[in-house]
Design a protein around this ligand. Structure first.
Ligand SMILES: C[S@@+](CC[C@H](N)C(=O)[O-])C[C@H]1O[C@@H](n2cnc3c(N)ncnc32)[C@H](O)[C@@H]1O
Length: 153
């Protein structure tokens, strides 16, 4: 693995600067679960949002208050990126991943709130095992308005 990569499965802590925020994501190299590593796709997505948020359909003016659900959120990078643009996000994953996901969400929210809470939407963590009817029913109860976007990467 190249030494200058942002992250690898052996890294415990991964810093990410996005939209002026110094975020920090914990990974669990001791876990064999897919969701305990930050995947490159979510880093690319967060940087894509940063690059495209000044105008157009990824601007906070267009996204403020939009409902987003992320399937298989892992460490939560993409969902936090959408919440930074004003979306109300539910990040979901399998039960085993939720403690790490919750921790990443909480610590980054507190960092963001210290700096610029105005543009931040909201973010919640929920269990969603794909195909599990009871999880889907629980999520539907929380969705008072229709979804604008479903993230899956
Ligand atoms: C390739 S990882 C991507 C994680 C994250 N989106 C990222 O980009 O860093 C796939 C994610 O899907 C989740 N996943 C896999 N199978 C799942 C299932 N049957 N139900 C719910 N989540 C699942 C894993 O826990 C993992 O977080």
């Amino acid at each position: 693995m190249e030494p200058d990569r942002l992250n690898s499965p052996t890294t415990f802590e991964m810093p990410l600067e996005v939209m002026g925020h110094e975020l920090q994501f914990s990974q669990d190299p001791n876990s064999k679960h897919l969701g305990t590593t930050v995947w490159d796709a979510s880093l690319v997505f967060a940087k894509f949002l940063e690059r495209n948020c000044r105008k157009g359909r990824f601007s906070p003016a267009k996204l403020k208050g939009k409902r987003v659900i992320e399937l298989g959120a892992g460490c939560g990078v993409s969902g936090i990126g959408m919440a930074l643009l004003g979306c109300d996000v539910i990040v979901t994953d399998q039960k085993e991943v939720l403690p790490l996901l919750q921790r990443n969400v909480e610590r980054n929210i507190s960092r963001i709130m210290q700096k610029n809470p105005d543009s931040f939407g909201s973010i919640k963590v929920a269990e969603l095992q794909w195909g599990d009817e009871s999880h889907i029913k629980q999520l539907v109860l929380h969705l008072t308005t229709s979804l604008a976007l479903m993230l899956f990467m």
